[in-house]
Ligand binder design. Structure first.
Ligand SMILES: [Zn+2]
Ligand SMILES: [Zn+2]
Length: 295
């Protein structure tokens, strides 16, 4: 039907565009206060950028990307998220120029070929912030504070912040092994996706949404017991900055996030009244991504 928009997309009509403008105005106001500058990257990129940046074996790259060949035979992908593009733009335009720390934010459409369900669209709108070139755990805490600040400014009160550390290339392999040892004799009982994840990315088993698998997650070993000294210290500092800022959080050792590039801090904010799809914000640190994309 020519009068139906494609599944998973929707028009923003004149009667609601004011709400969009209001929220975007809040974003610009709060980001400005925290010293983040706006960046706008193309809606599509070379497919390879997302393969390298997000990682093969992730649901996003394997199942959800809008990828096509353009008329010149190049493989092009509609951006499924914006971090890889922002890092690409940071490198290409040498934004690191005079100061190593660069703080950016973006607002825009992202595209994922996902089963449309409550609140999930194939073209969806995301606001994000990126702190590039800062090792200090204060940067992690600052981004979490900004996210909480923003959501509260919209009047959302029942927010629940969960926090975890996903380790680094030094300590994560140790945890991978521990986790594989735990799941090995339970594998036949887990869903097909989890069996698939076992070799490629066992941490992602913890993220499984299948109810029948959930009891196995409860007793799984925790990554926080395997962190190296550097990661543990970093994680403790992030927590203490948040505590000092009066921000409540709970530790969730099963929070791994769906993307490969995270190191150390991972966080998620839920807004309980939304029910099953209650995660409204999430993110984490990505120490290796600039090297990965800069190659
Ligand atoms: Zn580590
Ligand atoms: Zn599963």
């Amino acid at each position: 039907m020519l009068t139906n928009a494609p599944r998973g997309t929707k028009d923003i009509l004149p009667d609601t565009v004011g709400e969009w403008n209001y929220i975007e105005g809040k974003i610009r106001e709060i980001c400005g206060r925290y010293g983040f500058e706006e960046i706008r990257t193309p809606l599509f990129e070379h497919t390879e950028l997302f393969h390298r940046g997000i990682g093969e074996g992730t649901d996003v790259v394997d199942k959800e990307m809008y990828t096509f060949e353009d008329r010149g035979g190049r493989s092009i992908t509609l951006r499924p998220e914006n971090t890889a593009s922002v890092v690409r733009a940071y490198l290409q335009n040498k934004l690191y120029g005079d100061s190593s720390l660069v703080k950016l934010f973006y607002i825009g459409s992202m595209f994922r070929y996902d089963r449309p369900q409550a609140g999930r669209m194939r073209e969806f709108h995301q606001f994000g912030v990126e702190s590039l070139g800062e090792e200090n755990p204060m940067a992690d805490a600052e981004i979490i504070m900004l996210a909480v600040d923003f959501l509260q400014s919209l009047g959302l009160k029942e927010l629940k912040l969960s926090l975890n550390s996903v380790g680094c290339p030094k300590c994560r392999p140790v945890y991978r092994k521990v986790l594989q040892d735990y799941f090995r004799d339970k594998l036949d009982d887990l869903c097909e996706d989890c069996q698939d994840r076992f070799e490629r990315s066992p941490l992602r088993i913890l993220d499984c949404k299948v109810d029948a698998d959930k009891p196995y997650m409860a007793d799984a070993p925790k990554i926080t017991d395997c962190l190296c000294d550097e990661c543990r210290e970093h994680f403790e500092k992030v927590q203490s900055y948040l505590t000092n800022a009066g921000i409540e959080f709970e530790l969730d050792p099963r929070l791994v996030r769906g993307l490969d590039y995270y190191t150390k801090t991972a966080f998620e904010i839920k807004y309980a009244p939304l029910g099953a799809q209650s995660a409204v914000a999430g993110g984490g640190r990505y120490d290796g991504l600039i090297e990965e994309i800069g190659g």
